[in-house]
Design a protein around this ligand. Structure first.
Ligand code: AMP
Length: 434
């Protein structure tokens, strides 16, 4: 199948060719024709499947046919859970739409609101936004939606996990009822279906990667190691295996900072990306990482969600996540759209329970490899594959990180997700992992 056969016009096809894509991914070949027909779509697709082009290409096609957006109006709204994802979606829109006269904008918290207001004043055909900042802008009359034609909810599962449900409901209330709705989510839990009921009408449903399977192109393995030797082991692996572009996950922001300092002291260019970093610092770190001036990007789960880095060869789990589904999301950073990748987890004895949960979720035991000189004193017990389905269980002490689509100071703090909320969503993730 080719992009041309999906019903896209020449300016878009040229932009797709310029990106170097020859063949549509499965989500693209299913979603593009359905969206072009004006249907509502509910798609189960993780990051890495090509979902962004799956909705942005037909969005551009549909919008290129109508009238440009009048003052303060928006014709298509894309909601995303994090600033990084918002910026990436807008970057995709800009590159796929480079041959079209459409205007797009991206708004998120943590940066000045005034330039965003100015940009919106002209009217934009596509607005990509995180929910909190969008509400601020709406409440300040900076944006209107009476001409809205299409709504996209990207990574809807993560939006719920991050406590955005009330913001989303508020936003839905001021959108016109008559519109096309596209809902993308890595998983379709009961909660997502519940949310979807109030949004999509007779949707075309599609699913491209079965839930909780990790990409076959990703080689996954673990290094049993003592906790205090993890940083040294990572340094050794980076140097000996000559890894050039590595995304490293830590469980906490503090852990991310500590590791970055350690690597820098070892002469390995590194940067941390997490909720305590300013938007500028995060954007810079990501740009430097992509450009190759930063070799190691150390990230927490929430900050890393949705990061789009082409064909990332190497992911390291410096700590295992408490929520096993986060492992699948982390691994989703590599081996994208058919490219191969490698994911290694440094696992200490105290993480055995997390390891067992992950192996139970992905239904496979991870290959172990002990690196010479790093034989753990506290040995990691042997795993046995547990084939029973997951049951809801109390979350382990969840670490709360501020959500990324932060609102500006003008918005009431009362709506911020409390740690109670977050706990609830964590137990939900565990409950829905089957
Ligand atoms: P996404 O799932 O939208 O985050 O996309 C994952 C990655 O796949 C991105 O880096 C895209 O640039 C890339 N990609 C998207 N569509 C294609 C395609 N048809 N062929 C090759 N790569 C693609």
């Amino acid at each position: 199948m080719s992009f041309a056969s999906l019903g896209l016009s020449l300016p878009i096809l040229d932009a797709v060719t310029a990106q170097g894509y020859n063949t549509p991914t499965p989500i693209q070949s299913q979603a593009i024709p359905a969206i072009l027909e004006g249907k509502d779509v509910m798609a189960a697709a993780q990051t890495g499947t090509g979902k962004t082009a799956g909705f942005t290409l037909p969005l551009l096609e549909l919008l290129s046919k109508g009238q440009r957006a009048p003052v303060n109006q928006v014709r298509a709204l894309v909601l995303t859970p994090t600033r990084e994802l918002a910026a990436q979606v807008e970057a995709s829109i800009t590159s796929y739409g480079k041959n079209l006269p459409l205007k797009s904008a991206v708004v998120f918290g943590g940066v000045k609101i005034n330039p965003q207001m100015m940009r919106l004043r002209q009217g934009v055909d596509i607005l990509v936004a995180t929910p909190g900042r969008l509400l601020d802008l709406y409440n300040q009359n900076a944006v209107r939606f009476s001409q809205l034609e299409i709504l996209v909810l990207d990574e809807a599962d993560r939006m719920l996990d991050m406590g955005f449900i009330h913001d989303i409901r508020k936003i839905l209330a001021f959108l016109p009822k008559q519109r096309q709705n596209l809902l993308f989510s890595a998983t379709f839990s009961n909660e997502i279906r519940q949310l979807a009921k109030g949004i999509v009408h007779n949707p075309v449903e599609m699913s491209v990667s079965p839930r909780n399977t990790t990409a076959e192109t990703v080689k996954q393995w673990i290094c049993p190691v003592d906790k205090k030797k993890k940083a040294l082991l990572l340094t050794k692996l980076i140097n000996e295996q000559n890894w050039q572009q590595v995304l490293v996950f830590t469980r906490t922001k503090r852990g991310a900072n500590q590791l970055t300092r350690h690597l820098e002291a070892e002469g390995i260019q590194s940067a941390a990306i997490h909720g305590n970093k300013s938007q500028g610092a995060r954007t810079r770190a990501l740009a430097d990482f992509k450009a190759g001036t930063v070799r190691i990007l150390v990230a927490t789960d929430i900050a890393a969600r949705g990061l789009d880095i082409d064909q990332l060869p190497q992911v390291v789990n410096f700590d295992l996540p408490n929520v096993p589904e986060d492992y699948v999301h982390r691994i989703g950073r590599t081996g994208r759209a058919g490219a191969s990748g490698q994911a290694v987890s440094l696992v200490s004895a105290d993480e055995f329970e997390q390891l067992s949960d992950i192996e139970r979720l992905i239904q496979k035991l991870l290959t172990r490899e002990i690196i010479e000189g790093f034989d753990p004193v506290h040995s990691l017990p042997e795993s046995r594959l547990d084939t029973r389905p997951f049951k809801a269980k109390k979350p382990k002490k969840p670490k709360v990180e501020h959500r990324d689509g932060q609102r500006s100071g003008t918005h009431k703090q009362g709506n911020s997700p409390s740690s109670r909320n977050r706990n609830r969503s964590r137990s939900r993730s565990a409950a829905t992992a089957k």
